[in-house]
Structure formats: C-alpha cells, structure tokens
Design a protein around this ligand. Structure first.
Ligand code: ASP
Length: 346
C-alpha cells in the first residue's frame, strides 16, 4: 500500500482565516476545525494534513521577523515528517514572508507554498478553496523518482505558482492579486496543473538543508521623487544604527543630479552604510551608468539590486545583516543571486 501524502499546514491568519459570524455578520478568525467544516474538500484530498494554528491569528500587516522565524523553525523541526508545507497567510505582506523564507532555507528539497485569499473562506464566492486545495496538491507533487517537483518557497495564487522572492502584491481587489514581473511562473493551474520545470530551482542532492533565521531590521527605504529635499534624504541617512538603505530610484536606476544628494550618499557609504539601488519600476532592471543620472552612483559605491523586488531586497538585507557582521561580506553577497531572487545582467 502506498504511503499517504502528508502536509504541514501553518495557519498564521489573514483573510483566508476569517468567516462571517452568523449572528452579527462581522468577520472573525476561525480555527482549523471550522475551516474543515467550511471546506469539506480538504478531507477529500486524501492528504494527511496536520495543522498548526498560530495564536492569535494575525493580519499580515503584523507579520515581521519574529513570525518569519517561527514559521521557519516549525518547518525545520518537522521537515522530515512531511512531504511539503503550506503556509496560510494574509496577502498584504505575503511577498515579504515568502522572500524572507527563501533566504532562510538553503538546499530546500521540499515545497513551502504560501497562499491566502482575497475573500474570507466562509463567503460564497471565496477564492480560498481553489488557492488552498491547489497549494496542498503542489506541496505533495512528486516526479517519478519520488522527488518534489517544486522544492522552492513559492506563492500560489489564483492560477499561478510563483517563486516567492519574485512576487509582489499588485491588486487589492481582484482574485489575481500577485505578480512575478521579472520571472516566469513555475506552474499554471488550469484543467491540468502544468509545471515549468526549467523555471524551478533544484538543489544539489548531496547538500544538506540549512536554516538560518537571524535578521537585522536596521534598514530603511529611501524613495526618490521629483522635488525631494535634502532634509528628507538626511532624515533617512542620519537615522541612528542605520546599516543599509534601499534607494528606490527612477527607471533604470536614476536619481536627481543634485550635488547635495551625491554628497549625502557618499558620506553614508563612508560611514559603512550599504546603499542598494532598486528601480521604482515593476519590470526591468537597474543598469547604473546607462544615463549620466546614475553614473555618479557607481563611483559613490552604490550597489545594484538588478531586477529584485523591493520585498526581496529588503528581506535579503535583513537576512544578510543578521547573519554577517562584516559589511564587506554583506556587500559581496548582495551582488550574488543566492535564492533565485535576481537576474544579474552585467
Ligand atoms: N489584511 C489582510 C492580511 O494581509 C488581507 C488579506 O489577507 O488578504 O492579513
């Protein structure tokens, strides 16, 4: 008799964990037992599902490094017992959690699939059912040799499976809430679940799973806009304990040509603050030096985020600064694709 597939379901919160209270009509968090009542199909999957509810269930706006660590530790502790892992999560910061987890797990051989929904699970037109059932199917999917087909940290939403650290929440209204602008999907769910294995990262068989969960949040995002003042820039760069800044630039990595800006950035770099140039565009890559407006940044020591999402570069910085004390080491690793998060074009 073949062994039943098994999935560890981490139930962190978000809209997917809510249902209408029959008496008041207000949305309230539900437990796994109620989720099973609302989605009887869960039992029909034939998959052994063990759920771990977080207490309290939280809106993903309240998810941060402690919850990332809790998720990572739970998965690491139960890694050998399950075929795959599904994380039910609010959609608002799902792309950050997926990105953070992708850096924390090295040599992953099993899928970690994050999903959620735009409508609460207890509502008639909810998208929770398709999202959760397909995420479970993907978490268990194996090839002929018995190896997982998608052993990555992924986001499954609506009908596409994405590399988690390439995702961005793009829509607060539609069921198709996520996009992976700079990397193709890993699978598409239609009549069949079609995997694009050439887009999936596979670890070297011999490498052992490593889980590292330390982070450092002493970073900031500095978004450029026409007319930005020196005061605004200084307020960010002079923050106490600042270790790194994500400089959100225009187009292919451009910033206003103001001597005070160049000076402020140069001073920050001299103080040992890492400055990473990330374009405000959703699609495409930073290409410093293409225009005069980004040429000086190269000389200043600003690092390119290439085509990373903000979610990926923010969590990569937090992870690298948590794991390494040497700025030179963090700088080196920032320019390496460590979890499929960026395409290096130079
Ligand atoms: N505010 C909710 C959350 O992110 C939205 C959702 O789940 O879709 O937790």
């Amino acid at each position: 008799m073949s062994k039943k597939n098994s999935v560890l379901l981490l139930f962190t919160g978000g809209t997917i964990s809510m249902a209408e209270d029959a008496s008041t009509g207000a949305l309230r968090p539900i437990n796994f037992e109620r989720l099973q009542e609302l989605l009887p199909e869960l039992k029909q999957t034939g998959v052994n599902i063990k759920s771990v509810p977080f207490r309290p269930l939280i809106d993903s706006s309240d998810v941060g490094p402690e919850i990332w660590e809790k998720i990572a530790r739970l998965i690491a502790t139960h890694y050998d017992e399950f075929d795959g892992f599904v994380v039910l999560h609010g959609t608002d910061t799902m792309a950050y959690t997926a990105s953070a987890l992708s850096f924390m797990f090295e040599n992953l051989t099993k899928p970690i699939i994050l999903t959620g929904s735009q409508l609460p699970v207890g509502m008639m037109r909810t998208d929770a059912k398709e999202n959760l059932l397909t995420a479970i199917e993907i978490a268990c999917a194996k090839d002929e040799s018995g190896a997982s087909i998608a052993p990555e940290v992924c986001v499954f939403f609506e009908d596409e499976l994405y590399r988690g650290n390439r995702t961005t929440k793009k829509n607060a209204e539609h069921f198709s809430a996520f996009s992976s602008y700079n990397y193709p999907p890993l699978a598409k769910a239609g009549v069949h679940l079609k995997y694009f294995t050439s887009n999936i990262r596979y670890p070297h068989k011999a490498d052992k799973l490593r889980v590292r969960t330390k982070t450092n949040s002493n970073i900031a995002i500095l978004k450029m806009f026409p007319g930005i003042t020196e005061n605004a820039v200084r307020a960010v760069l002079d923050m106490p304990d600042l270790k790194a800044v994500v400089l959100e630039s225009f187009g292919s990595g451009n910033v206003p040509q103001r001597s005070w800006l160049g000076k402020a950035l140069k001073q920050a770099v001299r103080k040992g603050i890492l400055i990473v140039n990330k374009t405000q565009c959703s699609t495409g890559s930073v290409e410093m030096g293409r225009y005069a407006t980004s040429l000086n940044l190269v000389n200043t020591g600003v690092i390119s985020a290439y085509d990373c999402t903000t979610e990926a570069i923010v969590t990569k910085l937090m992870y690298l600064l948590g794991e390494h004390t040497s700025t030179a080491e963090v700088k080196k690793l920032l320019q390496i694709d460590i979890a499929g998060e960026m395409t290096i074009t130079e």
